[in-house]
Design a protein around this ligand. Sequence first.
Ligand code: ATP
Ligand code: MG
Length: 391
Amino acid sequence: MKEIVMLKYGEIILKGQNRYRFEEILIKNIKNALKSFGRIKVFSAQSTVYVDFLDDETDISSAVDSLKKVFGVSSLTRAYRASYDFDEAKAEAAEYLKFELMKAKTFKVAAKRADKRYPFNSMQIGAFMGEYLLQRFKNLSVDLHNPDIIVYVEVREGHLYIHSTPEKGAGGLPVGSSGHGLLMLSGGIDSPVAGYKMAKRGMRISAIHFESPPYTSERARIKVEKLAEKLSAYASDIKLYVVEFTEIQEKIRDICRDDLFTVIMRRVMLRIANKVAAECGAGVVITGESLGQVASQTMNAIICTDSVSEIPVFRPLIGDDKQEIIDVSYRIDTYDISIEPYEDCCTVFTPRHPKTSPKKEEVEFEESKLDIDNLLTDISINVKTIYPVRK
Ligand code: ATP
Ligand code: MG
């Protein structure tokens, strides 16, 4: 097809020697995002990735929707690969952008000549193309400062590429370029957003979920799988580890002090997360905690929980207000799933008066009543890989 998609990198450009590695990962992720869009060819030149669609019937606007979720892309646009011959290219530009040009009152041409052998320089390309479009569209006049539409003409590798204003890309860094984290994924609003934010910075994501059947239902697990699926549109395939947590929770409830139940439960969860992280090769644990949101997220409670972790715990939402988190969850389309009303294992046994400022010594004393090592040996864990929904 003559219509292609051009994507510009964001921050990757800043990465010096690492740039080629980033570029390679980005191209792999772009191909992965377009798996269901027929045969494609993807290549990069001069900080731009080109996607060629080799089948005629490909739905490019859906392809663009998928590409808008690929991190590491600062902007993207559909574009027309026009002839190198300038007269032909002018006519092709007018035809390709005719609906936008007919609707606009003002325009300007922005020309860029990456191919220095081209007989006209950027100024001339802009002037000649502008003149031609003015003749073709009587509704138009030139406005260099605040035009309704900008017609971009880029000369590269034997072609003129024509497009209008590019759309914003997903930003961030390509997933897979910044390590691998294990996301503690509940069914709530916060944790999918936490996973999204780390994936945005290039982190590959695996996820761990704790469930407590029969206190928690099959539907609660399906909800978590749906959240992981939404997240995978951005983070690519996600391995989801589902831990059966009932017996452990019951033991903590029966043996330990009621007001310390939550912090002890969270310490046990984090220990299990450490084990799973080691198994799947994740270097950090990620949670959706936000300072002061609930009793288990006060500074002292977090310090007390963290002390059992052998690897760092990333909390990308620590300084975010709930509303800010909700805004992101709307944008990434997880909100409606998160508010489905199924019980989470954390809320099932929640004490009425959890201690907001637990002391490490008293927590350790209570915990010593449990045989933790033994508790952690026989856990049942189910693993499932969650893939993005493909159209
Ligand atoms: P969310 O933060 O996702 O909205 P929540 O508000 O119920 O859930 P908490 O129960 O305070 O939050 O838990 C804080 C964090 O602990 C969560 O963001 C998540 O990372 C982790 N977490 C809580 N429950 C679970 C669970 N059942 N499985 C895995 N991780 C969990
Ligand atoms: Mg929360």
